[in-house]
Design a protein around this ligand. Sequence first.
Ligand code: TXA
Ligand code: MG
Length: 311
Amino acid sequence: MTEQFSSSPDGLDSAAEHLRNGHLIAFPTETVYGLGADARSDSAVARIYEAKQRPSFNPLIVHVADVAAAKALVMWSDEAEALAEAFWPGPLTLVLPLREGAGISKLVTAGLDTLAVRVPAAPLARDLLARAAVPVAAPSANRSGQISPTRAAHVLEGLSGRIDGVVMGGPCTVGLESTILGLAGRPTLLRPGGVTREALAQVLGRSVAERHATDGITAPGQTRSHYAPKAQVRLNAVEFAAGEARLGFGPVDCDLNLSDAEDLTEAASNLFEYLHRLDATGAAHIAVSPIPHLGLGVAINDRLSRAAADR
Ligand code: TXA
Ligand code: MG
């Protein structure tokens, strides 16, 4: 049975207690809904992989309530400090050397000697993490390979009956997963997301390397086909064909418009919800307008190209 927890203090207390008892609880962050489990418990973390049917080589992000809790898990650095000050709480995940004795399950790191950590900004997430007072491993709360959830209803659609509970918060404000920055060596963008590469470089005072598909184990284990709707997805559509569900951007005639005003922040927050909605119509094809490849557009195009990849 999947219990629905309200966002009241009592609801959050029960959800936090479930987390401490090794149960799986989905909760809203500002990026997407996460599927949380106590990151120190092998059995709890194993259940995440089982519920999501996720390939076990893919490591997980650990969520904590504040910087102090993060420092207890990883080897901190001046660059981590500067970035945390600028972007935490918020949609940035830092990958740092795992601290010895941190007590994190090896299923979280998939055997790597680094750990991905983040302090989410959504007040509900922070409140829940503070009440749980354990590090919480949380991938996006969807079945592996499917569209990421930005509404509690999306979580229930994909995972109802497979997880212990969901905190019923509102829609996610950012709507795209966090930016993942590798800081174990030279700063490297492992996944574009809610914080742009330019913004990171500005705080660091040096450039941020791009990861290359050939980089292997240090790169996030993102499969090329990911975030996939059931429909086939066609990108950079300047004209739409008959029978295609039309996902527009800017002043175009379409079924759903990511942003009439060509606002990339608005487009990011609508992206997964609109893919869900167009997919739910049963359309065989979804065509998407071109999205400018700058700022948040880089992360939007990353998710769209995965949605369109061969599977
Ligand atoms: O916004 C987000 O980051 C959401 C919310 C719930 O916080 N979480 C999320 O988790 O997107 P997930 O599991 O869907 O994606 C985690 C990514 C994966 O691509 C994984 O390979 C990468 O993080 N990752 C985790 N630990 C890593 C590590 N030690 N080194 C490199 N990549 C890592
Ligand atoms: Mg995911």
